[in-house]
Write a protein that binds this ligand. Structure first.
Ligand code: ADP
Length: 498
C-alpha cells in the first residue's frame, strides 16, 4: 500500500498525463479532437481536460465491444480465468487506494478521507464479490411432464448466457463506485462494455481502466468513452449494437434512456432519484438517531440518491430532534476535500450549486423556515452550508423534489399509520429509514414502505452482497448481490427429446 505522500505524487502525476479514451485496448483522442474541461469543485478551476467523445467514438467503442464479445480470448475464457482477472482488479484498486481516493476527491470534491474509507474499498469489494460469481452462474434442470405428449421423454434445462454488449452510463456522485457496481457483474457474466463516466467526473474511470488492463483484461472487453450526456451518452443509449443499457442518474435522464433504448427494445436497468423518508419515533435511542438522521442527509453532501431528505419526527420529540440535527449540521467541517479535517466538501459543479441554492431561495419565498444553513459558503468553489428546513409540505419544491444537496426537510407526525402514508407520498421509492427501539413497530412498518431498501436504526449501509434499487420512479432492476447477475444474463431454455 502506498503512503499518502507517495499517493499525492501518483495522483498528481496522473493528473498531468494527457487523458485519452480507451477503445479496443488503445488510448485514443476523440475522433473530432474536441475535449471537455474537468473542474476542481473546491476551487472552481479547470484542473484537466478529457476527450469529448461523441457518436463516432461510441460507434468505434461499440464495434470493439462487439468483436470482443463475439469471438475472442474473452468469449473463450474459462469462468475461472475470468474470475481471477476480476479479483485482480479488486486487488489493484486496493493497492492504489490512496491515489484513487485523491483523484476522486479532486474531481468530485468529496473528502479524501471519505473516498478512502468508503468509495474505494467498496469498489474493490464489489469486484472481489463479483469475481466469485463468475464460476457460479448456471442454469437448472427440469422434470417436465408435457401433458399433450404422453409417453415421450425429454431432457430440459436452462443455460444462463451473457446479455452481450452493455452500455453503462454512470453519474458523478460516486464516480469510481458506480463504475464498479456496473462493471463487476458485466465482467462476471462475460459481457463486454462501453462505459461512459459523467462529464463532471471522468478521471477515476480512466485510472480504473488502466488498472483493468494491468489486471489482464483483454482488449475491447471494457471501453471507456468520456463525453457529454446529450452526445456520447445519448449515442450509447440508442446504439443498435448495444444489447443492454445500465444507467444511474436522474429520473429525468432515466426516462430519456428508456425512450432511446425502446427503439430496438434493449434490456434496460436504471437506478434513479429519490426523496427518501427517514422516520424517527419518540422511542428511538436519540443519541444514535440524531447523528444518524444528520448523516443520512449530509453524507456525500446530500448528493446521494438514497439520501434521507424527508425527516419525519414523532411530535413528542420533534423539537429535540430538530435542534439536535441542526446542531450536528452546524458542527460539520465544510472545506476542500483534500484537507484531512474536511467532513463535507463542495457540490460537484457550478450547475449543481445553482440548482441547490435555487431550491433554497424558492423555499424561502414560500415561507419555509430555515433552522440552520440555507446559503452558499465562501467565495470560491461550490460550497453550500448543511441546511435544515422546517415547515415545508406538499406544494413546496423543497419538500416535493429531489434537491441532491445537503438539505433536509423536517416534518412532524403523530402515529405510525400517518407516517406510513406520508412516507409513500412521492413519485420515488428508493430507500427509507426507521429509528425505533420497538422492533415490532419496525417490522410492521417495513412492509408498508414502498422502497427498495429500508434501513432500521442505521442508514446508508451498502454492501456488494445486498441488492440495491428502486420502486416506482426510482428505477428498474437491482444492482449488486446475486440479483444483479440476472440483469446481465439471458435465460435460454433447452428441451431435448430423448
Ligand atoms: P445529474 O442530473 O445528477 O447530473 P444525469 O442524470 O444528468 O445526472 O447524469 C448521469 C449520467 O447520464 C451522466 O453520465 C450524464 O452524462 C448522462 N446523461 C445525461 N444526459 C443524457 C442523455 N440524454 N442520454 C444519455 N446519457 C445522458
Amino acid at each position: 500500500m502506498v503512503t499518502t505522500v507517495e499517493a499525492v505524487s501518483h495522483a498528481t502525476r496522473f493528473l498531468k498525463q494527457p487523458k485519452r479514451m480507451l477503445v479496443d485496448g488503445a488510448w485514443v483522442d476523440a475522433c473530432h479532437g474536441r475535449t471537455l474541461e474537468v473542474y476542481d469543485p473546491a476551487l472552481g478551476e479547470v484542473i484537466d481536460h478529457v476527450p469529448a467523445g461523441d457518436a463516432e467514438d461510441v460507434d468505434l467503442a461499440v464495434a470493439a465491444a462487439r468483436r470482443a464479445f463475439a469471438d475472442s480470448e474473452w468469449s473463450r475464457m474459462t469462468a475461472s480465468d475470468r474470475g481471477r482477472i476480476i479479483w485482480r482488479v479488486g486487488d489493484l484498486i486496493l493497492e492504489h487506494a490512496d491515489e484513487l481516493a485523491e483523484i476522486e476527491s479532486m474531481d468530485n470534491g468529496k473528502p479524501v478521507s471519505v473516498a478512502r474509507a468508503a468509495d474505494v474499498p467498496l469498489a474493490a469489494d464489489l469486484f472481489h464479490y463479483m469475481a466469485g460469481f463468475a464460476t457460479k452462474i448456471h442454469g437448472q434442470t427440469f422434470p417436465i411432464s408435457v401433458p399433450y405428449a404422453p409417453g415421450a421423454q425429454f431432457h430440459a434445462y436452462t443455460l444462463k448466457e451473457p446479455v452481450g454488449v452493455v452500455g453503462q452510463i454512470v453519474p458523478w456522485n460516486f464516480p469510481l463506485l458506480m463504475a464498479a457496481w456496473k462493471l463487476g457483474p458485466a465482467l462476471a457474466t462475460g459481457c463486454t462494455v462501453v462505459l461512459k463516466p459523467a462529464e463532471q467526473t471522468p478521471l477515476s474511470a480512466l485510472r480504473l481502466a488502466e488498472l483493468m488492463l494491468d489486471a489482464g483484461l483483454p482488449n475491447g472487453v471494457v471501453n471507456v468513452i468520456t463525453g457529454f450526456g446529450e452526445t456520447a451518452g445519448a449515442a450509447l443509449a440508442g446504439h443498435p449494437g448495444v444489447d443492454k443499457v445500465a444507467f444511474t442518474g436522474s429520473t429525468e435522464v432515466g426516462k430519456l434512456i428508456v425512450k432511446a433504448a425502446a427503439n430496438d427494445l434493449k434490456r434496460v436497468t436504471i437506478e434513479l432519484g429519490g426523496k427518501s423518508p427517514n422516520v424517527v419515533f419518540a422511542d428511538a435511542d436519540l443519541e444514535t438517531a440524531i447523528p444518524g438522521a444528520a448523516n443520512a442527509i449530509f453524507f456525500n453532501h446530500g448528493q446521494c440518491c438514497a439520501a434521507g431528505s424527508r425527516l419525519y419526527i414523532e411530535q413528542k420529540v420533534y423539537d429535540q430532534v430538530l435542534v439536535g440535527v441542526s446542531d450536528y449540521a452546524d458542527k460539520i467541517m465544510v472545506g476542500r476535500g483534500l484537507d484531512p479535517d474536511t467532513e463535507m466538501g463542495p457540490l460537484v459543479s457550478a450547475e449543481q450549486l445553482e440548482r441547490v441554492t435555487g431550491f433554497l431561495e424558492a423555499g424561502d419565498r414560500e415561507g419555509v423556515r430555515t433552522v440552520t444553513g440555507g446559503t452558499q459558503v465562501g467565495e470560491h468553489g461550490y460550497f453550500v452550508a448543511p441546511t435544515v428546513l422546517d415547515g415545508a409540505g406538499p406544494g413546496n419544491s423543497v419538500f416535493d423534489e429531489e434537491i441532491f444537496g445537503p438539505v433536509v426537510t423536517a416534518i412532524p407526525f403523530s402515529d405510525t399509520a400517518e407516517v406510513a402514508a406520508a412516507a409513500n407520498e412521492t413519485i420515488y421509492g428508493l430507500a427509507a429509514g426507521i429509528w425505533t427501539t420497538d422492533l415490532t413497530k419496525a417490522h410492521r412498518l417495513i412492509p408498508q414502505l414502498h422502497a427498495g431498501t429500508v434501513w432500521v436504526n442505521t442508514y446508508n449501509i451498502f454492501d456488494a452482497a445486498l441488492p440495491f434499487g428502486g420502486y416506482k420512479q426510482s428505477g428498474w432492476g437491482r444492482e449488486m448481490g446475486e440479483e444483479v447477475i440476472h440483469e446481465y444474463t439471458e435465460t435460454k431454455s433447452v428441451c431435448i427429446g430423448l
